[in-house]
Design a protein around this ligand. Structure first.
Ligand SMILES: Nc1nc2c(ncn2[C@@H]2O[C@H](COP(=O)(O)OP(=O)(O)O)[C@@H](O)[C@H]2O)c(=O)[nH]1
Ligand SMILES: [Mg+2]
Length: 443
């Protein structure tokens, strides 16, 4: 770990498949999360390592000095030695003091859950924005731990200063880290402002966002729905950046689908904070597709973890559809939600139909008659509503449409016109595609 002072990421597993020993501890009433060991294995592998041995323990409370008890520390040391592993990965977060004492006692490098996940994120960051976000998260995590990090680094002889940093050096570094954090926050703020400006131009867009646990097949589903060419990999956190594409041809109005970073149980809070702008797309969605992996024995726990992350993001009240992917691998059908296979192309048409129905259900439909060709008002309606038909007869115009932002927004816009008009609320969209009629018949 060399994130302490500069954020220059040196992955914990530097060469090839480094052997590691994982340690899973359940505390007090909590039992080890189902699938936790399996998940640790995937996390380690996504970070470029390989689990040589896995140990677990239950404790009434963490040991303040070494997290696990002294007997367990000795057992871990022996297991690491026997397996030829020089790195320990804990499935919990540790204090800097615990890290240095564990390293002292075992002679191994010690990495906690947050560091592990951040390493994978850092490794997968491709765009400038993702790189900024991960560096910010790493610095935020490292700052309160700098003294521990210094201990860590000087003892491991990793990269920084040979003479062993004293308190003065530590202060210099804290100051440098804070300055860098402030600069990064500033740049992120500007990126966010630009995004808001860009978004406000288009009000007539219905936004659908793919969310779900990492590796359930969100990106594959994006490709199946939009032919998007999004990166797909059997790895945790292959996707960090948001990709947005237009979804098929919906009559009137645009529907876009976004693919974004996946969630994991106990997602580090520093990452959530730093990825705020990436995750804004989730908060601003009109509809969330909650994608789960139907073939995973942990699908319900994963879905629950996704739900609580969404609540934490302030996205708890957005309408959602549960989609169970990888139906081709699963022997059963889900109790609720739609089963699909993004890879096998199963259920994709049904999913598109459901999205369309969800979109149509939020529109407020109206039948508007104007004693005028309409001009600017008609342009506004086409931009801000899902227009299903336009009938022009002599000097009058009739438009049947669904309003994205409510009928009141339409009325408010029409108040600005000097010609007579009449707006009538209707229950739903007329069937059939967009119709343009002009001439003698007024349907
Ligand atoms: N068998 C099967 N595998 C799938 C399906 N959808 C995705 N996958 C695989 O699951 C892995 C993760 O997919 P990806 O789209 O990157 O998941 P994401 O992390 O949720 O975006 C990849 O190896 C995909 O090929 C599916 O419907 N069936
Ligand atoms: Mg993905």
């Amino acid at each position: 770990m060399a994130i302490a002072s500069t954020g220059a990421g040196v992955p914990p597993f530097s060469t090839g498949r480094e052997k590691v020993v994982t340690v899973l501890v359940s505390i007090g009433q909590e039992s080890t999360a189902p699938g936790a060991e399996e998940e640790m294995r995937s996390l380690v592998s996504s970070a470029g390592g390989e689990v040589a041995a896995s140990l677990s323990q239950h404790r009434p409370s963490p040991d303040p000095a070494t997290f696990v008890g002294s007997g367990k520390v000795e057992e871990i040391r022996r297991a690491a030695a026997a397996a030829g592993a020089a790195t320990l990965v804990f499935d919990h977060n540790l204090t800097p003091g615990q890290v240095s004492r564990l390293e002292e006692a075992t002679g191994c490098k010690v990495i906690d859950r947050t560091e592990l996940i951040m390493t994978i994120f850092a490794d997968h960051a491709r765009t400038a924005e993702a790189k900024l976000q991960i560096e910010l998260a790493q610095l935020r995590y490292a700052l309160p731990r700098l003294s521990g990090m210094w201990h860590h680094l000087s003892r491991l002889g990793g990269g920084i200063g040979t003479r062993g940093p004293g308190e003065t050096q530590l202060e210099v570094d804290r100051r440098r880290a804070r300055k860098r954090i402030a600069a990064l926050e500033d740049r992120m703020k500007r990126i966010e402002e630009r995004r808001v400006l860009r978004d406000e131009r288009r009000r007539d867009i219905y936004r659908v966002v793919l969310t779900g646990y990492t590796n359930v097949g969100k990106s594959t589903l994006m490709n199946a729905l939009c032919g998007a060419g999004v990166h797909v990999e059997d790895r945790l956190f292959a996707t960090l950046d948001t990709t947005t594409r237009k979804l098929g041809d919906f009559p009137g109005g645009t529907v876009v689908l976004s693919d974004t970073v996946g969630f994991i149980d106990r997602l580090p809070e520093q990452l959530v904070a730093s990825f705020r702008s990436t995750l804004a797309v989730v908060r601003e969605a009109d509809l969330l597709l909650l994608v789960g992996d139907l073939s995973s024995p942990w699908r319900l726990e994963q879905m629950e973890s996704v739900r609580s992350t969404l609540d934490g993001l302030g996205a708890g009240s957005i309408p959602r559809i549960t989609v169970w992917n990888k139906a081709d691998l699963a022997g059963e059908t889900p109790v609720e939600g739609l089963a699909v296979s993004a890879l096998g192309g199963i259920g994709i048409d049904s999913l598109v139909r459901i999205i369309r129905e969800a979109r149509d259900s939020v529109l407020e439909w109206f039948d508007l008659r104007m004693e005028s060709p309409g001009g600017a008002a008609v342009n506004w309606l086409f931009e801000n509503c899902s227009v299903r038909s336009r009938t022009v007869l002599g000097g009058s115009t009739r438009i049947v449409a669904g309003a994205y932002r409510g009928r009141d927004a339409v009325r408010a816009r029409m108040e600005r016109e000097s010609f007579p008009w009449h707006l009538e609320a209707i229950d739903g969209p007329p069937s059939g595609a967009m119709a343009e009629t002009s001439g003698a018949s007024d349907g």
